[in-house]
Design a protein around this ligand. Structure first.
Ligand code: ATP
Ligand code: MG
Length: 337
């Protein structure tokens, strides 16, 4: 049922450590870029305050969860307590405000699953998506950021996986492949389940941070500065982890029965979640539980065509890391249809 191969990392892959590390370094946003992001946020805050003095703007997504690569768009959330006016009207009003300032390509996407206003700032060249009152996204942004502070191998692994996914075009939710958020959760879960573990399960520990968002209780241990040595007993290098990550998703994950769950830090069964059959558009062909919205499967965008593409890409990556003589180049070769 599950193909298993030799679980040993190939000899010699560690000699590529410096190559993978320099790829990671080249993806980290520059100081200059971060300054520009802050500039843009500040000017947006000024515009918004004029219309809604009590509103707040927060960064979320990859520019705030520490998994952002250079030249990414920024994600902003407008937090507003105005019950007189509907969310969609707020978005339309916001689009008006932005349009009449000097922002370009302003577009309100009111029918998206998460409605947003998109725009581009000609001063900094940064594109930006703004949503309204998406507080769950703010909480999961903080969770990811907190995990990233425990062991630096998480950020390195996730940057390389995201870079691979973008190069191979398997980071396109509208095409049935996975979101960046899903890939980061896959990396966290993978490091939680190494032996010895590299990451703890923060939601399984005594909660030091608690918020309730739309009836969902979000609670976990967030004093991560106390966990700096958590993964020290595990000596695996970034190349070994990269190899093992793709090997797991290519040859070891049980797609028929298993759900990966960062919330519990283990594998749980599809049976337990009642994710064994297709309901509506949710096919559950690869199951990634959202840490807070537990009925939400981040793999639900994957269909019978894209699951095949995804698994072939996992196998390609695993095989390159196993056999290829130039893995740090071949792995990221652009996908050409
Ligand atoms: P990228 O660098 O590719 O932009 P990202 O982390 O910003 O990565 P997005 O897909 O832009 O990823 O998502 C932005 C944020 O929105 C995520 O970090 C997460 O907080 C939230 N988010 C995205 N998709 C989901 C989802 N399906 N369920 C819950 N939250 C989500
Ligand atoms: Mg983003």
């Amino acid at each position: 049922r599950i193909r298993r191969r030799e679980l040993r990392s190939p000899h010699g892959l560690d000699s590529f450590g410096p190559c993978f590390f320099s790829i990671f370094k080249s993806l980290v946003p520059s100081e200059d870029e971060i300054v520009k992001q802050e500039q843009l946020l500040l000017s947006l805050k000024k515009l918004v305050k004029k219309e809604w003095p009590d509103a707040e703007l927060h960064l979320y997504g990859s520019c705030a969860n520490s998994f952002g690569v250079s030249n990414s768009d920024i994600d902003v959330c407008l937090a507003i307590n105005d019950y007189e006016i509907s969310k969609l009207d707020i978005l339309l009003k916001l689009a008006d405000i932005l349009e009449s300032s000097n922002l370009q390509n302003v577009q309100a996407l009111t029918r998206a699953r998460v409605p947003i206003v998109k725009m581009m700032d000609p001063v900094t060249g940064i594109s930006c998506d703004i949503c309204v009152n998406n507080r769950l996204a703010l909480v999961n942004t903080k969770l990811l950021k907190d995990y990233a502070q425990i062991d630096q191998r998480l950020r390195q692994l996730a940057f390389i996986v995201k870079h691979w996914a973008k190069s191979r075009r398997v980071n396109e939710t509208y095409q049935g492949t996975l979101s960046s958020y899903a890939y980061v959760l896959m990396c966290i879960h993978f490091l939680q389940t190494r032996k010895p573990a590299i990451l703890p399960c923060l939601q399984g520990m005594e909660a030091t941070c608690r918020v309730t968002v739309n009836e969902t209780e979000c609670a976990y241990f967030d004093k991560v500065e106390k966990l700096k040595n958590f993964g020290a007993r595990n000596k695996e290098s970034i190349t070994q982890l990269l190899w093992a990550f793709f090997h797991y998703w290519a040859y070891c994950h049980d797609y028929t029965n298993d759900v990966i769950s960062v919330r519990t830090g283990r594998i749980i069964s599809k049976q337990e979640k009642d994710w064994t059959r297709r309901i509506g558009n949710d096919r559950h062909l690869i199951c990634i539980e959202d840490p807070f919205q537990v009925s939400h499967d981040l793999g639900r965008v994957v269909d019978k065509f894209s699951i095949k593409i995804l698994r072939e890409e996992f196998e390609r990556a695993a095989d390159i890391l196993q056999y290829n003589s130039n893995p740090s180049v071949t792995l990221f070769e652009p996908y050409i249809p």
